[in-house]
Design a protein around this ligand. Structure first.
Ligand code: ADP
Length: 405
Protein backbone atom coordinates (compact mmCIF):
# COMPACT_ATOMS: atom_id res chain seq x y z
CA UNK A 1 0.00 0.00 0.00
CA UNK A 2 1.38 3.42 -0.87
CA UNK A 3 2.00 5.99 1.83
CA UNK A 4 -0.75 8.11 0.30
CA UNK A 5 -3.30 5.29 0.62
CA UNK A 6 -2.12 4.54 4.12
CA UNK A 7 -2.54 8.19 5.12
CA UNK A 8 -6.02 8.23 3.62
CA UNK A 9 -6.96 5.04 5.49
CA UNK A 10 -5.76 6.52 8.77
CA UNK A 11 -7.62 9.76 8.12
CA UNK A 12 -10.79 7.76 7.43
CA UNK A 13 -10.36 5.79 10.65
CA UNK A 14 -9.89 8.95 12.67
CA UNK A 15 -13.00 10.41 11.09
CA UNK A 16 -14.95 7.25 11.98
CA UNK A 17 -13.75 7.39 15.60
CA UNK A 18 -14.60 11.08 15.78
CA UNK A 19 -18.08 10.38 14.39
CA UNK A 20 -18.77 7.60 16.91
CA UNK A 21 -17.25 9.53 19.83
CA UNK A 22 -19.20 12.61 18.78
CA UNK A 23 -22.15 10.92 20.52
CA UNK A 24 -20.29 10.83 23.84
CA UNK A 25 -20.37 13.97 25.98
CA UNK A 26 -17.53 13.20 28.39
CA UNK A 27 -14.65 10.77 28.00
CA UNK A 28 -12.76 10.08 31.21
CA UNK A 29 -9.62 7.94 31.53
CA UNK A 30 -8.86 6.23 34.82
CA UNK A 31 -5.09 5.89 35.19
CA UNK A 32 -2.65 4.62 37.78
CA UNK A 33 1.12 4.41 38.01
CA UNK A 34 1.04 0.88 39.42
CA UNK A 35 -1.18 -2.20 39.30
CA UNK A 36 -3.24 -3.30 42.28
CA UNK A 37 -4.01 0.19 43.61
CA UNK A 38 -7.73 -0.11 42.86
CA UNK A 39 -7.88 1.61 39.47
CA UNK A 40 -10.45 -0.81 38.00
CA UNK A 41 -12.44 -0.67 41.25
CA UNK A 42 -12.57 3.13 41.01
CA UNK A 43 -13.48 2.98 37.30
CA UNK A 44 -16.28 0.45 37.94
CA UNK A 45 -17.73 2.34 40.90
CA UNK A 46 -17.49 5.67 39.10
CA UNK A 47 -19.43 4.17 36.18
CA UNK A 48 -22.04 2.55 38.45
CA UNK A 49 -22.56 5.72 40.45
CA UNK A 50 -22.93 7.92 37.38
CA UNK A 51 -25.41 5.43 35.91
CA UNK A 52 -27.40 5.37 39.16
CA UNK A 53 -27.65 9.18 38.93
CA UNK A 54 -29.42 8.73 35.59
CA UNK A 55 -26.47 9.39 33.25
CA UNK A 56 -25.99 7.09 30.26
CA UNK A 57 -22.59 5.50 30.80
CA UNK A 58 -20.23 3.28 28.82
CA UNK A 59 -17.31 1.55 30.52
CA UNK A 60 -14.43 0.51 28.29
CA UNK A 61 -11.88 -1.87 29.75
CA UNK A 62 -8.64 -1.52 27.82
CA UNK A 63 -6.60 -3.21 30.53
CA UNK A 64 -5.69 -5.70 27.82
CA UNK A 65 -3.51 -7.92 30.00
CA UNK A 66 -5.72 -7.98 33.08
CA UNK A 67 -9.28 -7.08 32.10
CA UNK A 68 -11.17 -7.19 35.40
CA UNK A 69 -14.19 -4.98 34.73
CA UNK A 70 -16.55 -7.84 33.69
CA UNK A 71 -15.73 -9.66 36.95
CA UNK A 72 -16.21 -6.50 39.04
CA UNK A 73 -19.60 -5.86 37.45
CA UNK A 74 -20.70 -9.48 37.34
CA UNK A 75 -21.15 -9.57 33.55
CA UNK A 76 -19.85 -12.32 31.35
CA UNK A 77 -21.85 -12.40 28.14
CA UNK A 78 -19.99 -12.17 24.84
CA UNK A 79 -21.13 -9.17 22.87
CA UNK A 80 -23.11 -10.12 19.77
CA UNK A 81 -22.29 -8.61 16.42
CA UNK A 82 -24.91 -6.28 15.10
CA UNK A 83 -25.29 -4.68 11.71
CA UNK A 84 -26.06 -0.99 11.58
CA UNK A 85 -28.61 -0.01 9.02
CA UNK A 86 -26.93 3.20 7.87
CA UNK A 87 -23.50 2.08 6.72
CA UNK A 88 -23.73 -1.73 6.97
CA UNK A 89 -20.67 -1.91 9.20
CA UNK A 90 -20.41 -4.85 11.57
CA UNK A 91 -20.43 -3.42 15.07
CA UNK A 92 -19.92 -4.98 18.47
CA UNK A 93 -22.78 -4.46 20.84
CA UNK A 94 -21.57 -3.53 24.34
CA UNK A 95 -22.83 -5.71 27.17
CA UNK A 96 -25.45 -4.28 29.52
CA UNK A 97 -24.39 -4.12 33.18
CA UNK A 98 -27.68 -2.74 34.48
CA UNK A 99 -29.78 0.34 33.84
CA UNK A 100 -27.88 3.07 31.93
CA UNK A 101 -24.58 1.15 31.93
CA UNK A 102 -22.93 -0.82 29.13
CA UNK A 103 -19.49 -2.37 29.03
CA UNK A 104 -16.89 -3.49 26.52
CA UNK A 105 -13.80 -5.40 27.52
CA UNK A 106 -11.07 -7.50 25.95
CA UNK A 107 -12.28 -10.22 28.29
CA UNK A 108 -15.38 -10.61 26.07
CA UNK A 109 -13.21 -11.31 23.04
CA UNK A 110 -10.85 -13.86 24.55
CA UNK A 111 -11.70 -17.49 24.01
CA UNK A 112 -9.67 -18.61 26.99
CA UNK A 113 -9.93 -16.09 29.81
CA UNK A 114 -7.02 -17.71 31.64
CA UNK A 115 -4.62 -17.48 28.70
CA UNK A 116 -1.91 -14.81 28.78
CA UNK A 117 -2.50 -12.12 26.18
CA UNK A 118 0.66 -11.48 24.18
CA UNK A 119 0.04 -8.49 21.96
CA UNK A 120 2.65 -6.17 20.59
CA UNK A 121 2.17 -2.39 20.48
CA UNK A 122 0.60 -2.15 16.99
CA UNK A 123 -1.88 -4.92 17.82
CA UNK A 124 -2.91 -3.17 21.04
CA UNK A 125 -3.39 0.05 19.11
CA UNK A 126 -5.60 -1.79 16.63
CA UNK A 127 -7.77 -3.36 19.32
CA UNK A 128 -8.26 -0.03 21.09
CA UNK A 129 -9.12 1.61 17.80
CA UNK A 130 -11.78 -1.03 17.24
CA UNK A 131 -13.21 -0.49 20.71
CA UNK A 132 -13.68 3.20 19.95
CA UNK A 133 -14.76 2.86 16.33
CA UNK A 134 -16.60 -0.44 16.00
CA UNK A 135 -18.62 -0.65 19.21
CA UNK A 136 -22.23 0.49 19.08
CA UNK A 137 -21.92 2.80 22.08
CA UNK A 138 -24.85 5.00 21.04
CA UNK A 139 -25.47 8.30 22.81
CA UNK A 140 -23.57 8.46 26.10
CA UNK A 141 -23.15 11.07 28.79
CA UNK A 142 -19.92 9.44 29.95
CA UNK A 143 -17.44 6.95 28.55
CA UNK A 144 -15.16 5.77 31.36
CA UNK A 145 -11.96 4.13 30.13
CA UNK A 146 -10.14 1.75 32.48
CA UNK A 147 -6.54 1.86 31.26
CA UNK A 148 -3.82 -0.59 32.23
CA UNK A 149 -1.37 0.65 34.86
CA UNK A 150 1.49 2.87 33.78
CA UNK A 151 1.88 5.33 30.97
CA UNK A 152 2.50 2.92 28.12
CA UNK A 153 0.96 2.07 24.76
CA UNK A 154 -2.67 1.67 25.80
CA UNK A 155 -3.39 4.96 27.58
CA UNK A 156 -1.31 6.71 24.93
CA UNK A 157 -3.40 5.11 22.18
CA UNK A 158 -6.67 6.05 23.90
CA UNK A 159 -5.67 9.69 24.41
CA UNK A 160 -4.37 10.02 20.85
CA UNK A 161 -7.34 8.31 19.26
CA UNK A 162 -9.94 10.20 21.30
CA UNK A 163 -8.26 13.52 20.54
CA UNK A 164 -10.53 15.47 22.90
CA UNK A 165 -10.87 13.40 26.08
CA UNK A 166 -12.44 15.30 28.98
CA UNK A 167 -9.73 14.36 31.46
CA UNK A 168 -8.05 11.76 33.63
CA UNK A 169 -8.65 10.46 37.13
CA UNK A 170 -5.41 9.18 38.67
CA UNK A 171 -5.65 6.46 41.32
CA UNK A 172 -2.88 5.80 43.82
CA UNK A 173 -2.32 4.26 47.23
CA UNK A 174 -0.70 6.44 49.92
CA UNK A 175 2.78 4.89 50.21
CA UNK A 176 5.83 6.51 48.62
CA UNK A 177 6.39 3.60 46.25
CA UNK A 178 3.02 4.17 44.59
CA UNK A 179 2.74 7.93 44.70
CA UNK A 180 6.08 8.57 43.04
CA UNK A 181 4.39 7.08 39.97
CA UNK A 182 1.63 9.70 40.23
CA UNK A 183 4.22 12.21 39.03
CA UNK A 184 4.71 10.16 35.87
CA UNK A 185 0.94 10.00 35.30
CA UNK A 186 0.57 13.75 35.76
CA UNK A 187 3.54 14.34 33.47
CA UNK A 188 1.97 11.98 30.90
CA UNK A 189 -1.29 13.96 31.03
CA UNK A 190 0.51 17.29 30.73
CA UNK A 191 2.53 16.16 27.73
CA UNK A 192 -0.67 15.04 26.02
CA UNK A 193 -2.64 18.13 27.10
CA UNK A 194 -5.09 15.88 28.93
CA UNK A 195 -6.66 17.70 31.90
CA UNK A 196 -6.17 15.98 35.28
CA UNK A 197 -9.62 15.84 36.90
CA UNK A 198 -7.96 14.75 40.11
CA UNK A 199 -6.12 12.21 42.21
CA UNK A 200 -7.86 9.54 44.31
CA UNK A 201 -5.94 8.13 47.28
CA UNK A 202 -7.28 4.60 47.60
CA UNK A 203 -6.65 2.11 50.43
CA UNK A 204 -6.16 5.15 52.64
CA UNK A 205 -6.40 3.68 56.12
CA UNK A 206 -8.62 0.99 57.54
CA UNK A 207 -11.41 1.69 60.01
CA UNK A 208 -11.81 -1.27 62.38
CA UNK A 209 -15.45 -2.37 62.16
CA UNK A 210 -15.52 -3.44 65.83
CA UNK A 211 -13.78 -0.59 67.64
CA UNK A 212 -13.89 2.18 64.99
CA UNK A 213 -10.14 2.82 65.37
CA UNK A 214 -8.40 3.96 62.19
CA UNK A 215 -5.21 2.16 61.15
CA UNK A 216 -3.13 3.67 58.35
CA UNK A 217 -2.02 0.43 56.71
CA UNK A 218 -0.16 2.11 53.84
CA UNK A 219 0.27 5.47 55.60
CA UNK A 220 -2.20 8.17 54.70
CA UNK A 221 -2.26 11.56 53.01
CA UNK A 222 0.62 10.88 50.59
CA UNK A 223 -1.62 11.16 47.53
CA UNK A 224 -3.12 14.38 48.80
CA UNK A 225 0.21 16.08 49.44
CA UNK A 226 1.54 14.83 46.12
CA UNK A 227 -1.54 16.28 44.37
CA UNK A 228 -0.97 19.59 46.14
CA UNK A 229 2.69 19.71 45.16
CA UNK A 230 1.83 18.91 41.54
CA UNK A 231 -1.00 21.46 41.63
CA UNK A 232 -3.66 19.00 40.52
CA UNK A 233 -7.03 18.56 42.28
CA UNK A 234 -7.37 16.00 45.04
CA UNK A 235 -10.62 14.06 44.91
CA UNK A 236 -10.87 11.81 47.96
CA UNK A 237 -9.23 9.41 50.40
CA UNK A 238 -10.92 6.04 50.13
CA UNK A 239 -10.40 3.73 53.13
CA UNK A 240 -9.88 -0.01 52.84
CA UNK A 241 -13.06 -2.01 53.26
CA UNK A 242 -13.03 -5.82 53.00
CA UNK A 243 -16.65 -5.60 51.81
CA UNK A 244 -15.37 -3.84 48.69
CA UNK A 245 -13.23 -6.88 47.86
CA UNK A 246 -16.22 -9.15 48.39
CA UNK A 247 -18.49 -6.95 46.24
CA UNK A 248 -15.83 -7.00 43.48
CA UNK A 249 -15.44 -10.77 43.69
CA UNK A 250 -19.23 -11.25 43.67
CA UNK A 251 -19.79 -8.73 40.89
CA UNK A 252 -22.25 -6.69 42.97
CA UNK A 253 -22.44 -2.92 43.41
CA UNK A 254 -20.67 -1.96 46.62
CA UNK A 255 -22.04 1.60 46.57
CA UNK A 256 -25.60 0.34 46.28
CA UNK A 257 -25.22 -2.38 48.93
CA UNK A 258 -23.24 -0.38 51.51
CA UNK A 259 -24.00 3.30 50.89
CA UNK A 260 -23.49 4.35 54.51
CA UNK A 261 -19.91 3.09 54.94
CA UNK A 262 -17.03 5.56 55.16
CA UNK A 263 -15.55 3.96 52.04
CA UNK A 264 -18.77 4.40 50.02
CA UNK A 265 -19.08 8.01 51.14
CA UNK A 266 -15.46 8.66 50.18
CA UNK A 267 -16.22 7.24 46.72
CA UNK A 268 -19.25 9.51 46.47
CA UNK A 269 -17.10 12.52 47.39
CA UNK A 270 -14.72 11.73 44.53
CA UNK A 271 -17.57 11.08 42.12
CA UNK A 272 -19.40 14.29 43.05
CA UNK A 273 -16.23 16.27 42.39
CA UNK A 274 -15.77 14.59 39.02
CA UNK A 275 -19.40 15.31 38.12
CA UNK A 276 -19.05 18.93 39.17
CA UNK A 277 -16.01 19.25 36.92
CA UNK A 278 -17.90 17.88 33.95
CA UNK A 279 -21.45 19.13 34.57
CA UNK A 280 -21.29 22.18 36.81
CA UNK A 281 -24.16 22.01 39.31
CA UNK A 282 -26.35 24.95 40.04
CA UNK A 283 -24.72 27.20 42.61
CA UNK A 284 -26.33 29.23 45.32
CA UNK A 285 -26.30 32.32 43.13
CA UNK A 286 -28.26 30.50 40.44
CA UNK A 287 -30.65 29.03 42.95
CA UNK A 288 -31.22 32.45 44.48
CA UNK A 289 -32.53 33.55 41.11
CA UNK A 290 -34.99 30.65 40.90
CA UNK A 291 -37.89 31.51 43.15
CA UNK A 292 -40.90 29.31 42.44
CA UNK A 293 -43.42 28.52 45.15
CA UNK A 294 -41.26 27.52 48.01
CA UNK A 295 -41.51 25.66 51.24
CA UNK A 296 -38.00 25.77 52.64
CA UNK A 297 -36.83 23.19 55.18
CA UNK A 298 -34.02 24.18 57.55
CA UNK A 299 -32.45 21.55 59.86
CA UNK A 300 -31.93 22.99 63.34
CA UNK A 301 -30.03 22.25 66.52
CA UNK A 302 -30.53 24.64 69.44
CA UNK A 303 -32.59 26.92 67.19
CA UNK A 304 -29.75 27.45 64.72
CA UNK A 305 -28.93 25.74 61.42
CA UNK A 306 -27.45 22.33 62.12
CA UNK A 307 -24.22 21.42 60.34
CA UNK A 308 -25.29 17.77 60.10
CA UNK A 309 -28.82 17.71 58.77
CA UNK A 310 -29.25 13.94 59.27
CA UNK A 311 -29.01 14.29 63.05
CA UNK A 312 -30.81 17.60 63.64
CA UNK A 313 -33.37 18.05 66.42
CA UNK A 314 -36.04 19.93 64.47
CA UNK A 315 -36.85 21.15 60.99
CA UNK A 316 -38.16 24.65 60.49
CA UNK A 317 -40.65 24.45 57.60
CA UNK A 318 -40.86 27.96 56.24
CA UNK A 319 -43.44 29.03 53.67
CA UNK A 320 -42.50 32.02 51.58
CA UNK A 321 -44.24 34.62 49.50
CA UNK A 322 -42.20 34.82 46.33
CA UNK A 323 -43.65 38.16 45.19
CA UNK A 324 -42.95 40.01 48.41
CA UNK A 325 -39.83 38.01 49.18
CA UNK A 326 -41.12 37.42 52.67
CA UNK A 327 -41.84 34.60 55.12
CA UNK A 328 -45.55 33.77 55.43
CA UNK A 329 -45.43 31.01 58.05
CA UNK A 330 -42.98 28.98 60.10
CA UNK A 331 -43.70 25.58 61.57
CA UNK A 332 -41.33 23.50 63.68
CA UNK A 333 -41.53 19.76 63.06
CA UNK A 334 -39.65 16.89 64.63
CA UNK A 335 -38.00 14.53 62.13
CA UNK A 336 -38.47 10.76 62.36
CA UNK A 337 -35.62 8.74 63.94
CA UNK A 338 -32.51 8.72 61.75
CA UNK A 339 -32.65 6.14 58.99
CA UNK A 340 -30.60 6.36 55.77
CA UNK A 341 -32.57 7.80 52.88
CA UNK A 342 -35.72 8.54 54.91
CA UNK A 343 -35.47 12.33 55.35
CA UNK A 344 -35.77 13.29 51.67
CA UNK A 345 -38.99 11.25 51.34
CA UNK A 346 -40.37 12.58 54.62
CA UNK A 347 -39.62 16.21 53.73
CA UNK A 348 -41.18 15.75 50.28
CA UNK A 349 -44.34 14.45 51.97
CA UNK A 350 -44.32 17.57 54.17
CA UNK A 351 -44.31 19.68 50.99
CA UNK A 352 -40.71 20.93 51.10
CA UNK A 353 -39.41 22.20 47.76
CA UNK A 354 -36.00 23.23 49.04
CA UNK A 355 -33.62 22.40 51.86
CA UNK A 356 -30.96 24.84 53.00
CA UNK A 357 -28.22 23.04 54.90
CA UNK A 358 -24.75 23.59 56.27
CA UNK A 359 -23.27 20.46 54.78
CA UNK A 360 -24.53 17.48 52.89
CA UNK A 361 -22.92 14.50 51.16
CA UNK A 362 -23.47 14.02 47.45
CA UNK A 363 -25.57 10.87 47.87
CA UNK A 364 -28.03 12.70 50.13
CA UNK A 365 -28.12 15.63 47.71
CA UNK A 366 -29.02 13.19 45.00
CA UNK A 367 -31.83 11.68 47.05
CA UNK A 368 -33.32 15.15 47.64
CA UNK A 369 -33.07 15.96 43.96
CA UNK A 370 -34.90 12.72 43.15
CA UNK A 371 -37.72 14.03 45.40
CA UNK A 372 -37.66 17.33 43.46
CA UNK A 373 -36.30 19.17 46.50
CA UNK A 374 -33.53 21.56 45.55
CA UNK A 375 -30.51 21.74 47.79
CA UNK A 376 -28.49 24.72 48.95
CA UNK A 377 -25.41 23.92 51.03
CA UNK A 378 -22.82 25.94 52.87
CA UNK A 379 -25.32 28.15 54.75
CA UNK A 380 -24.12 29.71 58.04
CA UNK A 381 -25.25 28.51 61.52
CA UNK A 382 -27.90 31.21 61.82
CA UNK A 383 -31.59 31.30 62.79
CA UNK A 384 -33.92 29.81 60.15
CA UNK A 385 -35.67 33.16 59.58
CA UNK A 386 -32.37 34.96 59.03
CA UNK A 387 -31.25 32.29 56.55
CA UNK A 388 -34.50 32.29 54.58
CA UNK A 389 -34.71 36.11 54.54
CA UNK A 390 -31.15 36.28 53.23
CA UNK A 391 -31.96 33.64 50.65
CA UNK A 392 -35.11 35.45 49.45
CA UNK A 393 -33.15 38.69 49.05
CA UNK A 394 -30.48 36.83 47.10
CA UNK A 395 -28.02 37.68 49.86
CA UNK A 396 -27.31 34.25 51.30
CA UNK A 397 -23.58 33.90 51.57
CA UNK A 398 -22.60 30.28 51.18
CA UNK A 399 -19.41 28.95 52.73
CA UNK A 400 -17.83 25.51 52.47
CA UNK A 401 -20.04 22.45 52.26
CA UNK A 402 -19.03 21.43 55.80
CA UNK A 403 -19.81 17.79 55.15
CA UNK A 404 -18.96 17.02 51.56
CA UNK A 405 -18.66 13.28 51.93
P1 ADP B 1 -6.01 -2.23 39.74
O1 ADP B 1 -7.06 -1.99 38.69
O2 ADP B 1 -5.31 -0.97 40.15
O3 ADP B 1 -5.06 -3.32 39.40
P2 ADP B 1 -8.18 -3.38 41.27
O4 ADP B 1 -9.25 -2.36 41.15
O5 ADP B 1 -8.29 -4.61 40.43
O6 ADP B 1 -6.75 -2.71 41.08
O7 ADP B 1 -8.08 -3.76 42.82
C1 ADP B 1 -7.20 -4.73 43.30
C2 ADP B 1 -7.84 -5.44 44.47
O8 ADP B 1 -7.94 -4.51 45.56
C3 ADP B 1 -9.25 -5.92 44.20
O9 ADP B 1 -9.43 -7.17 44.82
C4 ADP B 1 -10.14 -4.87 44.85
O10 ADP B 1 -11.38 -5.41 45.30
C5 ADP B 1 -9.29 -4.45 46.03
N1 ADP B 1 -9.54 -3.06 46.45
C6 ADP B 1 -9.49 -1.94 45.73
N2 ADP B 1 -9.76 -0.86 46.47
C7 ADP B 1 -10.02 -1.31 47.74
C8 ADP B 1 -10.39 -0.70 48.99
N3 ADP B 1 -10.54 0.62 49.11
N4 ADP B 1 -10.61 -1.53 50.05
C9 ADP B 1 -10.45 -2.86 49.94
N5 ADP B 1 -10.10 -3.48 48.82
C10 ADP B 1 -9.88 -2.74 47.71
Amino acid sequence: MTTENENQRMANEHAEIAARMGHVKHKILVLSGKGGVGKSTVAANLALSLASRGAKVGLLDVDLHGPSIPQLLGVSASPEHVITSDDETALLRPVSAGPNLCVMSTAFLLEDRDAAVIWRGPMKHKVIKQFLKDVAWGDLDYLIVDSPPGTGDEPLAVVQLLENATGAVIVTTPQELAISDVRKCVDFCRKLALPVLGVVENMSGFVCPSCGERVDVFKSGGGESMAASLKVPFLSRIPIDPLLVKAGDDGTSYLECFPETETAQAFETAIAKIVSKTEPTEDVGEQNKRRDEMMIAIPLTDGKLSAHFGHCETFAMIETDKENKSITSTEMVEPPPHEPGLLPRWLAEKGATMIIAGGMGSRAQNLFKQQKISVVVGAPADSPEAIVSAYLKGALVSGENVCDH
